[in-house]
Design a protein around this ligand. Structure first.
Ligand code: PSU
Ligand code: MN
Length: 291
């Protein structure tokens, strides 16, 4: 396995010493955010995790290996030209020497291979609005891989209610971090329930420990965003209407670009802020769970 898994020296040392480690996905760097926000988000996430006394493990596919822990030059390679790699794409991407930006699902797999239990992202994938057959592999991966995923809800373009129904079927706990509703990415409130509320890092660590001791696999820790995008739902609805004719992989980037325009760039700044906030919370909880 070591030939396809390359754990950086810093991450290997932290793991060997039983210190807290937080994995970071890179699909947000490769596809989710435009430059320069993408690299800013990745670098600020790493800094926030270090500030909390944990070690960041940014994940990507490079030179025929899954890298767990990237240096800045490697991060730039991913930001510059990477294909999107979900869990099913890992094998071919490794075999073909692709430069791959990993989704939550693929990053969970890499984290589990390395022995990391904590992962931070902006929003998880889920069930698409109006196209319930389009469901992210993130959900199935959450049902089978023992990693806690810290997020501000799901991607804004998704159907939150259907996404939460699937997570319930997959027996994935959805913990509200100091909140009673599943956050809606750009705003704290969605009207959709979480499965249990947790308050603060210790309570979250205790809930995770007990969930895992009773056989839980993936756990979603939903953290409200640190700010609000005014009229978020209205803006998303408008962008969705305008792009009704667009289909395929074009949809998400076009939609997010339009949301950025309509919000005067505020959606991008908030996106960076919320990912960094999730990374910080993940590091605090990881610190509390390592005995
Ligand atoms: N949320 C965002 N932007 C993103 C993603 C999530 O706001 O780019 C990425 C994450 O990496 C997530 C992935 O795991 O999209 C899900 O993609 P898909 O629906 O194709 O599985
Ligand atoms: Mn999809």
């Amino acid at each position: 396995m070591t030939d396809i898994l390359r754990i950086s020296a810093a991450v290997a040392e932290a793991l060997a010493k039983g210190r807290p480690v937080v994995a970071l996905e890179t699909s947000i760097v490769g596809q989710g955010l435009p430059a320069p926000h993408n690299l800013r988000a990745a670098r600020e996430c790493e800094a926030a995790i270090r500030e909390e006394g944990a070690t960041p493990a940014t994940v990507g596919v490079l030179d025929g290996q899954i890298h767990v822990g990237l240096d800045d030059a490697e991060l730039v390679r991913i930001a510059t030209a990477a294909i999107k790699v979900s869990s099913r794409d890992l094998g071919p991407a490794i075999a073909h020497g692709a430069v791959g930006a990993t989704t939550v699902a693929a990053t969970m797999r890499a984290a589990a291979m390395a022995g990391i239990r904590f992962l931070a992202t902006g929003g998880i994938g889920g069930v698409h609005r109006g196209h319930p057959e389009d469901e992210s592999a993130d959900l199935v991966e959450l049902g089978r891989t023992q990693v806690a995923v810290f997020c501000a809800g799901a991607k804004i373009i998704l159907d939150l209610a259907l996404t939460l129904e699937r997570l319930e079927s997959l027996s994935v706990p959805v913990l509200g971090y100091g909140c009673d509703e599943f956050p809606a990415f750009y705003t704290a409130r969605s009207g959709c329930p979480i499965s249990a509320r947790v308050d603060g890092p210790d309570d979250t660590a205790a809930a995770l420990r007990a969930a895992w001791a009773t056989g839980a696999r993936g756990v979603v820790v939903a953290v409200p965003p640190p700010g609000e995008l005014e009229d978020a739902e209205k803006i998303v609805q408008r962008a969705l209407r305008e792009l009704a004719g667009v289909s395929g992989p074009e949809v998400t980037p076009r939609l997010l670009a339009r949301v950025a325009e309509l919000s005067g760039g505020r959606s991008l700044d908030l996106n960076v802020e919320l990912v960094v906030n999730n990374a910080r919370v993940a590091a605090r909880v990881a610190g509390g769970i390592i005995d």
